[in-house]
Design a binder for this molecule. Sequence first.
Ligand SMILES: C=Cc1c2[nH]c(c1C)Cc1[nH]c(c(CCC(=O)O)c1C)Cc1[nH]c(c(C)c1CCC(=O)O)Cc1[nH]c(c(C)c1C=C)C2
Length: 469
Amino acid sequence: MPTIAVLGGGITGLSAAYYLKHLQPHKGAVILFEASSRLGGWINSEILRDGTRLEIGPRTLRATGAAGANSLAMAHHLGLENKIIPVRYGHPTTRNRMIQVGGELHTLPSSLKTAFQTTPPFSKPLVLSLLHDLRAAKVSNSDESLYSFVNRRFGSEVADYIIDPLTRGVFAGNARELSVKSLGKVLHEYEQTHGGVVKGALMNLFTIKKKDPLLKNELVRKARTEKWAVWSMTSGIGTLVDSLTNRLILDGVEIRKNSKVDTIKSDRGKMIIKCGSEISIVDHIISCLSSKDMSSIVGLNFQLKSFLEKIPFVTVGVVNLVYEGNSIVKQAAFGYLVPSSEPSNVLGVIFDTCAFPQENKTVLTVMMGGYWFNSLFGYNPSKDVLLNAAILEVHNTLHIKTEPCSAKVSILQDCIPQYVVGHTEAVENARQLLIKDNVPMKLAGNSYDGVGVNDSIMSARNAVMCLQL
Ligand SMILES: C=Cc1c2[nH]c(c1C)Cc1[nH]c(c(CCC(=O)O)c1C)Cc1[nH]c(c(C)c1CCC(=O)O)Cc1[nH]c(c(C)c1C=C)C2
């Protein structure tokens, strides 16, 4: 029976081990190597002594799309349906996303009606920007930056006030450097195939789509019927990690924590893994490490290593602020984002308890730095600097004058990979290189296939599906 090693105990690694046992299902041994003493990677839910829930990393999973359905099916299989808290379309957090311009908060247009109105900071209705796309000529290219694509097709206001802040709010990144092909794949495809984004979207409306087999899953159907937009769990999304871990233990997966892989070598169709003084010989590796961690492993092919080293990462300062009472924030919204043109060290603020209320408490999360972290805060800022900046931000913008009753500051070093122009081709080349050299190893995770939790779970599933056992 073949032995498979999964590298990394974040959500991708745990999901890969889960799929090996439930999708294939793999009768041989599965060993999961995790360098640290905890599992879950960036997912980190914390319950304070008074019962307040905080999310330090990702906080919600999208319920929509194929990847959303896939995670819901996994949650269903893990028996988590009673612990899920959904947020449905129409809830203020799905409609109200704000941006801060000149210190003032403005709600981004989110309906057909608002698209026809002129709302500040825009100087014209959004619908005119859609007309701009219909008139703009097609430019054939293999990739370009998100900012230049949107600026070209929709005009500078959409690029500056929508794309720039949204890129900060998902990737903590710079829209002028990130790739439209990797992040706005559909937008790029619409232009290349149909000559424009609006034309492509209209054509897509009339295309008959294949029914997704995942729609048969009970929880997926419930989510579709009840129009779930995103979901979390009663004790935070860390429950997904705990539940997956328990399932893997029951399935007989050997979980080796505190096991940092030092060397990987491919030898006559086998993979040799060196971890401290221990050597394991396995038939296949699914690497779910970040490309950065993977590139520091000794023994990799030079070309693969140099590709992995080229994916940049950004650091995000996360400050969770807890206040007594639940009427601290006046606006019912998801939160707000700050465009890069504003003189601010803050990327955005999430109104956590607006989506998921907690008894007599308001929880806000202030996100800082990202692409700009080192230039704003230096290489090793004290946590007090970040805390003071966060308190000042909510004081100035949300007019919160009271002190938080608790606060947690975390610096998530190199947490979000940046898909710069050319990323898609580079990932494809790296995967082809492994195939060409007959290296029995797959690459999965947020360095390659999307930065969301759903994307990571889907990436693990695809890696397992590609294995020929
Ligand atoms: C201000 C910084 C950040 C905020 N969230 C993140 C950062 C860096 C991280 C993040 N947010 C999202 C994802 C992807 C999750 C997924 O696709 O599964 C990540 C890694 C989700 C997200 N956040 C915003 C949007 C439009 C999305 C896309 C999916 C969705 O619609 O939920 C906007 C947004 N993010 C932040 C704020 C304050 C905000 C809008 C007001 C915080």
